[in-house]
Design a protein. Structure first.
Lengths: 351, 522
């Protein structure tokens, strides 16, 4: 059955073809579910897809979503009166109608979706759409909803008013109450292939081929992450600094490592990113040691990787990974940052 | 706009509620005998039919039909409820109305008589979210409601309901649905909706739902949107990001051969081709678990085809049970970590690499017997503690058992038989035995046994024990068949260790760097 819904180029989404197909066919057959849940790691394209779905629902053009009509344009700029985006608020934030919560500082900032916000949504969904066909509520990172908020949302989510469509995004369905996920149509977005990310960066975002290749490999298939990194050169600079620090630490003795740990621990906000880069590095070392160098992420430092792969034993690389992952777990659990970093650096091989 | 399938196919009679016969039969009998309770509590996992059954019960008690089979879904009341316009069915979302005010409001209105039906039915859904005060405000009403009121509380979380509430209601536990029940219901719905669907696809959907009917129907609903003639297994796999059976087997085969490079390449390709890493990890767990079942000889419970069975039996032969258990643990942990991992595939890759490696050396099987060292063997604490103290009557037997090996009195013989000595002291003087655990025989001169205590205080206390010394002398005499005397000193080794430990440099190393004293050289 080749209908127009099979052509999905107007959705302007890179990858996730299966999901877009399902949504487009649902739209064509007038079978759009009342609630969707898009899951996947940060930067994988959940909000982008949600916004495209909102455009498709509200679009007044011929080929929905056309991306050109007033409705599509407004949604792209977050200005549509019937499309509401709900995001968590910072811890301790006082909720009121007048002032909006400040924008998110970085990906690892902790936020909460509160019951007041859910109550406001419940009030909003009961009103008829103002200028479009639907009242659409996009609730981002629903895993940040606290228990009261999530429970309060159950009934609305199961049987919302007929003019309402709800879209939730979350890192993973298992981080939500099972009763929430089971009321939605869940679409678990998967990482794109690295080639897809690379091609999209070059064609659509006009990134230089060499940088595009590196970003694609570092992204692990997260296009959103790669795009953000491509427009923000500080990210790559920071990565270089982190890897240089790792290289330096590996040839240092205990005393120097302790001093370095103290310095690193001062920049608490940067630690999650630093650990992520280090973990990625040791993963690559492990891959090279096992003869799978085709899949390494740090493609710009292959020489360096080969050197480490030869210098350290397999179990040393594994031990480093274990220590790093334990540390990133500790850091989410309110430990003494400096102590955690000291233990980590002393546990890295080579001293 | 079409209605969601799971709402469209909400059961409307007791017979349609799948898999909860223990609940529905009881309720039907209660209806037939006119013995309806005034309050019910329905508990069970998501998507097992709690709210649906509550609504059916509301219809059944109010149904106007003369017949036995209630609800009829024909009479005015049944239809009003089905169309959600019945004023006497009051459905309350306890999760949004959690406060005591909400319950007070409810209590005030309970006394009003029903407007058109026989009973006013209150369905309080997600009742576990009520505040404590709200629960307590409900207690009196729940115990003795007006005769025209029936309460039905529904929750997924019964342990959050106060005991005082539970004791006032009839509780029904809904259970997870079996695979067969879900498959049957899905096939029925598919037939009704004129959907063609491969049996293997139905099975995968049912498996994915893990016992929750709503999840299964939601998934089916999502697949109908694909709009093709027949729903195929490949489509379901595409939607779920599930890897094919073949691919999972391939990965496990590489695991058996310890071919890390190829295994990682297959995982990478699978993810590049749209498999969900987390789903893949779960499938690996499932598969290895099946291998373990086959290995244990209980493959019959797995409902495999003959072909799969023989293929997997071959595969299972390549692993030891320990390897399989370890692989399950590793992949399971990877599946857990993947849900919050920034890097989309890393935990799975690491789990695979670790699964190919040998057991870590600390595992009991791999440990070589400890090399002979010039230190006393570890005191067998747990051994002697768990061994039942020989009663006086049986101590002669113990002596007989050990005498053969005890032989001539010497330091080595004493050390080897130390636990026996302790066991003999214990029935007479437990305190002495406890103190002796922190001591070791140092030397034997003629018949004088010198005991070195690790702590000065212990040595002193042992000397003060009324019959401690006498006891051990008696025990030694019995074991070695010669008259023994005992002398207590402070163990020189321990004394030296203590001196070393008090050295500020060494102490800093222990406290701050986690050092351990393993040997002391002069």
């Amino acid at each position: 059955m080749a209908t127009r819904a099979d052509d999905i180029s107007n959705w302007q989404i890179v990858g996730h073809d299966w999901a877009v197909h399902a949504l487009a066919r649902g739209l064509a057959a007038d079978r759009v579910a009342h609630a969707y849940l898009f899951t996947g790691t940060h930067g994988i394209g959940k909000t982008t897809l949600a916004r495209a779905l909102a455009q498709a629902l509200e679009c007044t053009g011929a080929n929905r979503p056309c991306g050109e009509c007033a409705a599509c344009q407004k949604i792209a700029r977050n200005r549509h009166p019937d499309v509401q985006i709900i995001d968590g608020v910072p811890v301790g934030y006082k909720f009121d109608d007048k002032t909006l919560p400040p924008p998110r500082l970085n990906e690892s900032e902790r936020r909460i979706l509160k019951i007041d916000q859910i109550r406001a949504v419940q009030h909003d969904v009961s009103r008829a759409p103002f200028e479009g066909r639907w009242r659409i509520i996009l609730l981002r990172r629903f895993e940040e909803a606290n228990e009261e908020a999530a429970n309060a949302f159950l009934k609305t989510l199961e049987e919302p008013p007929s003019h309402t469509r709800l879209i939730l995004t979350a890192r993973d369905a298992s981080l939500l109450l099972p009763t929430i996920a089971s009321r939605c149509q869940v679409m678990a977005l998967r990482p794109l292939s690295l080639a897809q990310v690379e091609a999209a960066l070059i064609e659509r975002w006009r990134v230089e081929p060499a940088t595009a290749r590196l970003l694609a490999h570092l992204s692990g298939g997260r296009l959103g992450w790669a795009v953000r990194a491509s427009s923000d050169s500080t990210r790559l600079d920071a990565r270089r600094a982190y890897l240089d620090a790792l290289n330096a630490a590996l040839i240092e003795g205990r005393a120097e490592r302790l001093a370095r740990a103290g310095d690193l621990a001062k920049e608490t906000d940067a630690l999650p990113e630093l650990l992520e880069q280090w973990i990625g590095w040791w993963r690559d070392v492990l891959l090279v040691q096992n003869g799978e160098s085709a899949r390494v992420a740090n493609v710009d430092r292959e020489e360096n990787l080969r050197e480490h792969a030869a210098r350290f034993r397999l179990d040393e690389a594994q031990g480093a990974l274990k220590a790093l992952r334990a540390t990133s777990r500790y850091l989410t659990q309110n430990v003494n940052t400096r102590l955690a970093m000291e233990v980590l650096l002393l546990n890295l091989p080579g001293s | 706009m079409a209605q969601a399938l799971y709402l469209k196919y909400r059961p409307r009679t007791f017979g349609e509620v799948e898999g909860q016969a223990h609940v529905t039969t009881t309720l039907k009998n209660a209806l037939a005998l006119n013995r309806i309770a005034h309050a019910y509590l329905f508990t069970g996992p998501r998507g097992t039919g709690k709210t649906s059954t509550a609504r059916i019960l509301a219809k059944a008690v109010n149904c106007l039909s003369e017949g036995i089979d209630k609800p009829c879904n024909q009479c005015a009341v049944c239809q009003a409820i089905n169309e959600e316009r019945m004023l006497d069915l009051i459905e309350i979302d306890a999760a949004s109305n959690t406060s005591v005010e909400d319950i007070r409001d409810l209590r005030d209105k309970v006394d009003f008589r029903p407007s058109e039906a026989k009973f006013k039915v209150y369905i309080i859904d997600e009742v576990h979210m009520l505040s404590n005060a709200a629960f307590n405000a409900l207690l009196k009403t729940l115990e003795e409601p007006p005769p025209h009121v029936i309460f039905v509380l529904a929750t997924t979380d019964p342990q959050k309901i106060p005991a005082t509430v539970i004791s006032r209601v009839q509780r029904f536990d809904f259970r997870r649905l079996t695979l067969t029940e879900i498959i049957a219901r899905l096939s029925e719905i598919a037939a009704n909706e004129n959907l063609r669907i491969e049996p293997a696809a139905v099975e995968l959907i049912a498996r994915q739902a893990t016992g929750a009917m709503r999840d299964a129907i939601s998934l089916l609903d999502q697949l109908t949107a694909y709009g093709s003639d027949e729903i195929t297994l490949a489509q379901v796999q595409g939607l779920l990001g599930a890897a094919s059976h073949q691919m999972v087997d391939d990965i496990v085969a590489r695991l058996a051969e310890k071919d890390v490079a190829h295994g990682l390449a297959i995982i990478g390709n699978a993810v590049d081709n749209g498999a969900d890493p987390r789903q893949l990890a779960r499938e690996l767990v499932e598969y290895v678990r099946a291998l373990l079942f086959i290995k244990a000889g209980s493959g019959a419970v797995l409902t495999l085809t003959a072909e799969e069975q023989s293929e997997m039996t071959e595969r299972a032969k390549q692993f030891s049970s320990e390897q399989l258990v370890r692989a399950i643990r590793l992949f399971n942990q990877a599946a857990f970590e993947l849900r919050a991992s920034a890097h989309p595939t890393l935990p799975l890759e690491i789990a695979f690499v670790e699964a190919t490696l040998e057991e870590p050396a600390s595992a009991p099987r791999a440990v070589a017997p400890p090399p002979p060292r010039n230190v006393p063997p570890p005191k067998p604490r747990t051994e002697s503690r768990s061994a039942a103290p020989p009663k006086s009557a049986s101590s002669a037997n113990v002596a007989a058992d050990t005498m053969a090996s005890a032989g001539v009195l010497s330091v080595d013989a004493l050390r080897a038989g130390w636990s026996n000595v302790l066991a003999r002291v214990r029935p007479y003087n437990k305190m002495a035995e406890a103190l002796l655990r922190d001591a070791e025989p140092i030397k034997v001169e003629d018949n004088l046994v010198v005991l070195g205590f690790y702590y000065q205080g212990h040595a002193e206390r042992f000397e003060k024990q009324a019959n401690g010394k006498a006891m051990i002398e008696k025990a030694l005499t019995e074991i070695f068949q010669t008259q023994c005397r005992v002398k207590c000193v402070l163990s020189p080794k321990k004394a030296r260790l203590k001196a070393v430990e008090e050295d500020p440099l060494i102490r800093a190393a222990i406290n701050q760097l986690g050092a351990e004293i393993t040997e002391i050289h002069d």
